[in-house]
Design a protein around this ligand. Structure first.
Ligand SMILES: [Zn+2]
Length: 705
């Protein structure tokens, strides 16, 4: 079995940005998941390097068109290396360039086949005619009346709706592809293969576009107008239209039309492909490309999958003039590659637009990775080091110790947790296969939460004090370690570096990248395995520090280029890149603190305990209050009300370590009894609360003194 996945090849007239990075991450994730299953996989990305826009950019910068393309490609290569997406990091198999000689050969071969072909309605698929119309060089696309802005002054050319630049008037003889004859053939493809265009909403869009009637496509330019391109076979006065030729890269890259290339990769072996595209270029991939292939008698792609666009945190389009773009060098400088991969796959619901802000990325990395998966892994391994001499402990509780285990409330039947994780794994893989990465990750994190809860409930630090509970403790740690092994295999395609690090810390060899998650069997983690050195996988990101670095970095970068538009934008309140919050304001409490001292005995009267938030919810009709259940190492969790609802999302508090005044006299608030108080700093005029917490792992119930 083989698999072939492609990103679009990116037009070499601009430098790589977030959208490019995103599609590559998705393709890379899919490719790694296929390889993990032992499927021979080919992953293509690259650049589309012909056309009038490259020719013009080259002229402007005093380069040849090829040099111009090389220049842009060097940025792509740098980007893919930095983000671990290139061949050296186990990413793409080819960075395809349409300036490759084998591409010229293959593109010519496809043209010839189309030129010989008849349409389903019996006409010549390619014919010569005269084209009159408007063309956007930046889009490399002909524009119909509803696709351009009519000029304000008479006689001026219309402008592109996307680029706001003047369109070129084209009036010349050239070749046409008889697309109008392919409407029924295409509709029957969409009909018989409902998964051909995904998601459903995009499929419907494509169907209604085709049903609206198809126009024939101009597929060549006179060489005198555009010389930078692949010559039309047997008629070198014409150059192939860049889109017609560029799409063909998907088959020339793997050997179509070139024997040598066929031997190295194999068109027969890998075709058909899964094409990942942005929704803005869906028509080219879901309508034009299949029509060309139908004409040439070549099998259609496996599927065309269109993803949404990245918007800023307020749901606005990202643009240089708005100053709300996400810069790749900022991402690269401040963030872990796997955290970025996790964020984009978790945050964008398949097929819909997603929102991307640096703050959101930090919040997710801290809550899901540092406090979630990273914390689960490090607390488990630390306890194995401490309580089990650094070896994976035994999983079974012997007959004579079962009663002790049951007394602690631990589920002695291991199959309960194994069953839960197997089911979660199956659901995860199902969602992953459907490319619903966001949903898949939610499912995976239900495993993290479940295991966290098992640990919190079992209180290993207490079990460690009782010789009769040694086996209970071992069983809990085994379950946790085994769950982490499963997670590192499941999540490997999404976070290859982090999952390999977790895998190695468990004492396992090589990488989880060769283990099929569908074939994981509970209990295969060998007892007695010596674990590796325990190191934090996802260090906590200091949000204030990083945000202020990003903000000051962008300011110094932007100032020299400030334009009128920027100035206007800067005058408005910034939401994406706030000024760093003041860390400390002197308050009344400070003043009291310095002037009136207390005895140590006074302090000892206050029983401060470490707790962990098990649940958090809003209190009806009290917009400031949250109702928390906090584990402070007692038999029952404490119910505590805290006036922090305006500053903390309840779900973000789950599993958070906090400090509780445990011996505060219980009091009733809004009908609920509050059995303690959460300690928080208070600052600013509004008295904004900031919950006290720990950066190191502390057991619940530990006393502060
Ligand atoms: Zn345009």
């Amino acid at each position: 079995m083989t698999f072939y996945v492609t990103t679009p090849i990116y037009y070499a007239n601009s430098l790589p940005h977030l959208g490019h990075l995103y599609t590559m991450i998705v393709a890379d994730t899919i490719a790694r998941s296929k390889r993990q299953k032992g499927i021979e996989t080919y992953f293509l990305t690259g650049t589309d390097e012909h056309g009038i826009n490259i020719e013009r950019a080259a002229e402007k910068s005093g380069r040849t068109p090829k040099e111009q393309a090389d220049y842009v490609v060097s940025y792509y290569k740098k980007m893919t290396a930095e983000f671990g997406l290139d061949t050296a990091h186990g990413g793409y198999d080819i960075f395809m360039r349409t300036t490759e000689p084998f591409h010229y050969q293959g593109a010519s071969e496809l043209w010839r086949r189309c030129a010989k072909a008849k349409t389903p309605k019996g006409n010549d698929a390619i014919y010569k005619g005269h084209y009159e119309g408007w063309f956007c060089a930046a889009c490399a696309e002909y524009k119909t009346e509803d696709e351009y802005q009519k000029p304000k002054t008479e006689g001026a050319p219309p402008t592109c709706l996307i680029h706001d630049i003047a369109l070129d008037r084209v009036s010349e003889d050239g070749y046409f592809f008889r697309l109008s004859d392919y409407d029924e053939a295409l509709l029957s493809v969409y009909e018989s293969q409902p998964d051909f265009v995904r998601p459903e909403s995009r499929r419907n869009e494509v169907i209604s576009f085709v049903k609206g009637g198809l126009q024939d496509l101009s597929i060549s330019r006179l060489k005198t107008s555009v010389s930078w391109g692949v010559p039309v076979p047997d008629d070198p006065e014409h150059t192939m239209y860049v889109w017609f030729e560029a799409l063909i890269n998907y088959i020339t890259a793997i050997g179509f039309g070139n024997e040598e290339r066929e031997k190295i990769v194999g068109f027969e072996k890998f075709w058909p492909a899964l094409h990942l595209v942005g929704k803005d270029i869906l028509r080219f991939h879901a309508v034009y490309w299949p029509a060309f292939l139908l004409a040439a008698g070549i099998e259609l792609p496996r599927a065309i999958v269109a993803h949404g666009m990245w918007l800023d945190p307020n749901g606005r389009k990202m643009s240089k003039t708005l100053g709300n773009t996400i810069e790749l060098d900022v991402l690269q400088q401040h963030f872990n590659v796997d955290a970025i991969r996790y964020f984009v796959l978790r945050e964008m619901v398949f097929g819909q637009d997603g929102r991307f802000g640096y703050e959101g990325l930090i919040d997710r990395a801290n809550s899901d990775l540092a406090s979630g998966l990273g914390n689960l892994s490090s607390r488990t391994l630390t306890m194995i080091a401490r309580y089990s001499e650094g070896r994976i402990p035994a999983r079974q509780i012997a007959e004579d110790k079962l009663l002790f285990a049951k007394r602690t409330g631990v589920d002695t039947d291991e199959t309960t947790v194994a069953g839960f994780i197997e089911l979660a794994r199956d659901q995860y893989l199902q969602q992953f296969e459907a490319l619903n990465f966001s949903r898949a990750l939610e499912v995976a994190w239900s495993i993290v939460a479940r295991i966290d809860k098992i640990i919190t409930d079992a209180k290993p630090w207490d079990l460690a004090k009782d010789e009769n509970q040694k086996q209970t403790l071992d069983a809990i740690l085994y379950r946790s370690a085994e769950a982490i092994r499963w997670l590192s295999v499941m999540l490997f395609p999404i976070m290859p570096q982090a999952c390999t690090a977790i895998w190695n810390q468990l004492g396992l060899k090589a990488t989880p990248g060769t283990h099929d998650p569908a074939k994981l069997i509970w209990g295969e983690l060998e007892e007695g395995t010596t674990i590796g050195e325990v190191k934090p996988i996802f260090p906590r990101i200091d949000k204030n520090k990083v945000m202020s670095e990003i903000t000051s970095g962008t300011e110094t970068q932007q100032k020299p280029h400030a334009t009128a538009a920027d100035a206007v934008d800067n005058a408005q309140p910034k939401t994406e890149t706030p000024t760093p919050t003041p860390v400390h304001h002197a308050t009344e409490a400070d003043a009291v603190g310095v002037t009136s001292f207390i005895e140590i005995g006074d302090f000892a009267k206050v029983d401060l305990r470490v707790g962990q938030v098990l649940s958090a919810e809003r209190v009806p009709k009290a917009d400031k209050l949250l109702l928390l259940k906090i584990d402070i190492g007692e038999a029952e969790p404490r119910q505590v009300l805290a006036g922090i609802a305006q500053y903390y999302e309840p779900e973000k508090l789950i599993n958070r370590k906090v400090v509780i005044v445990a011996n505060l006299k219980p009091r009733k608030l809004r009908g609920f009894e509050s059995q303690g108080m959460v300690v928080a700093a208070s600052y600013g005029e509004e008295g904004r609360p900031v919950i006290a917490t720990f950066t190191e792992d502390v057991p619940n119930g530990a006393r502060l003194k």
